[in-house]
Design a protein around this ligand. Structure first.
Ligand code: HEM
Length: 502
């Protein structure tokens, strides 16, 4: 009897999966050759191909069909896959109130999932409004000093590597640098990953980046309430607890000792205790003030600043270095600009100096074009939505993938996309491209809140490196490079370079 019920249960489930995977066909949208159970993500789940590559390939296939959009499946969950830039603009900007979510695993009892990237609708709106003042250029300028202090460690570490080794892994150097920057500017934690790459904070960051395919599969196919009841956490219990304790201890230390550090934590504590971000150096509660963030809110936001902030910028720096090591003319031109601008500022890298480097801006923009850290940007439809000019209605709950990496490498918008050419970002060339063909930071109300800080930390790191060293590609770099698994585009293995002191 039990066996019979089980067999019927399994058969019913399989029929359900099969039926769910006809979702797009029933709506008249083309799909790839959908694979039973896995949909479009078998290769990603089994490690055959990163999801980034799958989505890029899918973009090219859909474009080749000459259609504006298609269907995609994460297992049997339907994902809408637009390739038409006007539709993308509508989703991200014009009709963004139908897409007030990135989708993705969330549970209120799993504190590391309760952050800005994941929250949706009204809760996201309110939190975004509270946090936006922490990311203005004025606030970022205040953190600039801390940022440049870290470049001294960077120069010393690369100098040592240049003197003592034959070729070194620049991806590790960039990851260590951005970890130290975010630790310092985010939480006032002084870690020196450049000299002690095995410190607890760096190791924590590395662990977060190892894609856990089982967790990815579970959050796609099992009910989240059930998962959390069974003891599931998005990043594993031990890893989550390390971070929660770290932030709680930092909050307690700051509040008990009235510590003032120019970092994001200070601004978050002001929101927690005083309800408003100000120039005050104290963070403690005043009688009349009403806090607008809880301790858990701070933990969640610190977590997203860390996870969204260090690997994205490190990936940007690494790919820029990869391209500069291969394109000596571009490297020389950039170094010339850096030296000229620094000379005007008494040899000091100030915030103003960093803002005065148009060629550096073009170089970083081009690296973000060729290798956008987020290969696709997710959205979830939060209110039924009819795609304008079509009879396709996206139902509430439908996922959307904006295929950024595919668009950035589409010859229609970027001729010879494999060529690294910063001049694509001259004013004239930028103006000649259609809107929404360049989306490294997303767009619309959910555009990256850390855009300024992320770009600045990559630029400051690159300025320090190029002002002091000349780089060439070491033959240990596997060419052509491969992309690693994971949600952020990074190089598989490493980029090996040689550096000569200038
Ligand atoms: C080169 C560096 C970076 C890149 C390429 C990048 C890219 C992105 C992208 C593509 C999104 C999604 C935007 C959308 O949905 O339209 C995003 C969102 C976000 N990023 Fe960044 N990011 C970078 C650095 C940072 C930094 C340094 C921080 C924080 C310190 C940060 C925090 C966030 C947060 C909190 C969100 C969610 C915003 C929301 O949903 O309201 N990012 N980022």
């Amino acid at each position: 009897m039990v066996v019979a019920i089980l067999v019927i249960g399994v058969i019913t489930f399989l029929i359900y999966v099969k039926w769910r995977q006809t979702y797009w066909t029933r709506r008249g949208l083309p799909t790839a050759k959908t694979e039973f159970f896995f949909g479009d993500v078998r290769k990603a789940i089994t490690g055959v191909e990163p999801l980034a590559v799958t989505t890029k390939n899918r973009y090219n296939e859909i474009k080749a069909l000459g259609v504006k959009h298609a269907g995609f499946y994460m297992f049997w969950r339907q994902i809408y896959f637009p390739v038409d830039l006007q539709i993308i603009k509508n989703i991200m900007q014009q009709d963004a109130d139908h897409f007030q979510s990135h989708g993705g695993y969330y549970h209120s009892d799993d504190v590391l999932s309760t952050h800005l990237f994941i929250l949706e609708n009204q809760r996201w709106k309110e939190l975004r409004a509270k946090l936006t003042p922490a990311f203005t250029s004025g606030k970022i300028k205040i953190m600039f000093e801390t940022l440049t202090e870290k470049t001294e460690l960077l120069i010393a570490a690369v100098g040592k590597l240049a003197d003592e080794t034959e070729g070194f892994a620049i991806k590790n150097v960039c990851g260590n640098f951005t970890t130290d920057v975010i630790a310092s500017c985010g939480f006032g934690i002084e870690c020196d990953s450049l000299n002690e790459p095995d410190n607890a904070f760096r190791n924590f960051g590395k662990k977060l980046l190892v894609p856990n395919l089982l967790r990815f599969a579970l959050t796609n196919i099992v009910n989240w309430n059930l998962l959390v009841k069974l003891g599931f956490t998005g990043f594993g219990r031990k890893t989550s607890q390390f971070f929660i304790d770290l932030v709680k201890d930092t909050i307690k230390h700051r509040e008990d000792n009235e510590v003032f550090i120019k970092d994001f934590m200070h601004l978050l504590l002001q929101l927690k205790n005083q309800g408003v971000i100000s120039d005050k150096t104290n963070v403690n509660r005043t009688k009349s003030a009403k806090g607008i963030l809880s301790e858990n809110d701070i933990i969640g936001q610190c977590f997203v600043f860390f996870i969204a902030g260090f690997e994205t910028s490190s990936s940007t720096m690494t790919f820029t270095m990869l391209e500069l090591a291969q394109n000596q003319d571009i490297q020389d031109k950039l170094r010339k600009e850096i030296k000229e601008v620094l000379a005007k500022h008494d040899g000091k890298l100030t915030y103003e100096a960093a803002m005065e480097m148009p060629y550096l801006d073009k170089v970083v923009n081009e690296a973000l074009r060729k290798f956008p850290p987020l290969p696709f940007i997710p959205r979830k439809c939060t209110r039924n939505y009819q795609i304008p000019g079509t009879d396709v209605v996206l139902e509430k709950g439908t996922g959307v993938h904006i295929p950024v990496w595919g668009i950035h490498n589409d010859p229609e918008y970027f001729p010879n996309p494999d060529v690294f050419d910063p001049e694509r970002f001259s004013e004239k060339n930028k103006a000649s491209r259609p809107e929404y063909s360049y989306l490294p930071f997303g767009a619309g109300p959910r555009i990256c809140i850390g855009l300024r800080f992320g770009k600045l930390q990559a630029k400051v790191g690159l300025t320090a490196l190029l002002n002091n060293f000349k780089f060439t590609l070491n033959e240990k770099t596997p060419m052509p490079i491969q992309i690693d698994r994971g949600f952020i585009i990074t190089v598989k293995g490493n980029v090996w370079v040689d550096a000569v002191r200038l």
